[in-house]
Design a protein around this ligand. Sequence first.
Ligand SMILES: Nc1ncnc2c1ncn2[C@@H]1O[C@H](COP(=O)(O)OP(=O)(O)OP(=O)(O)O)[C@@H](O)[C@H]1O
Length: 252
Amino acid sequence: MLSLIDAGFTEAPTLAPLSDHLEPGELTAIVGPNGAGKSTLLSLLSGYRAPGRGSVCLDSKPLSSWAAVELARRRAVVAQKLTLGFDWPVRELVALGSEASPEEVEEVLAMLDLEVLAGRGAQNLSGGEAQRVMIARALCQLRLGRTAGVSANSVLLLDEPTSALDIGQQQRLMRLLRQLAERQRLAIACVLHDLNLAARYAHRVWLLERGRRIAAGPPIEVLDGRILARVFKAKLVTSRQADGSPLVVLAP
Ligand SMILES: Nc1ncnc2c1ncn2[C@@H]1O[C@H](COP(=O)(O)OP(=O)(O)OP(=O)(O)O)[C@@H](O)[C@H]1O
């Protein structure tokens, strides 16, 4: 389990101290306006920045105490952009540095609709294709191919993974993430700008405002129209979908 214990940053970009954890089996959406601190919080959860106060622990052990190889087996991070120094073929790039078998790599490629791109160089992919390649890399890193089954209680952290995806790919990805969380006991945290994706697919939502988490809970509690209108300074209309999840649209 990944836990924040009174953890935050005292130097810019600051983050007010927070105690909570990412629950195995759950997808947590991190939402909030531009500059609210979502990526900053992800850098805290991932261990990319050491907390200025408190601690971040995976299975009760501070992230900084984990050996790099062990941590890589348990925690993967998907950044916003794919940066490449070399034009790797997609299949090789996805498998790079992972312990996944060739069969698991093929499964992961299929999970992200990447089979037809597997032999292509990754440097000239479209934005949405490159985004799916980055996610596939993280799934291989954690060995989340359907036949692997070695990923229990791993942690997957994603920064705006749907930002370049078309609506169909968004749906497939969010369904996949929720399924992975539930079936493989994965703890997933995912920065999202689309509140309706958070409403439909997340088990929990963390709402950030000006470097502070101001609400956390099930989507139906956190995605309250009046709170969202104030935090995002937007005119919104909120209603309920057939399954009871909130629906947030812009008012005319
Ligand atoms: N290295 C830094 N030094 C100082 N301030 C920073 C630094 N990096 C980010 N910030 C500031 O910290 C705040 C939070 O940034 P962060 O990237 O976490 O926001 P965000 O919620 O992810 O925003 P967005 O939705 O625009 O991606 C912003 O005001 C940003 O300008």
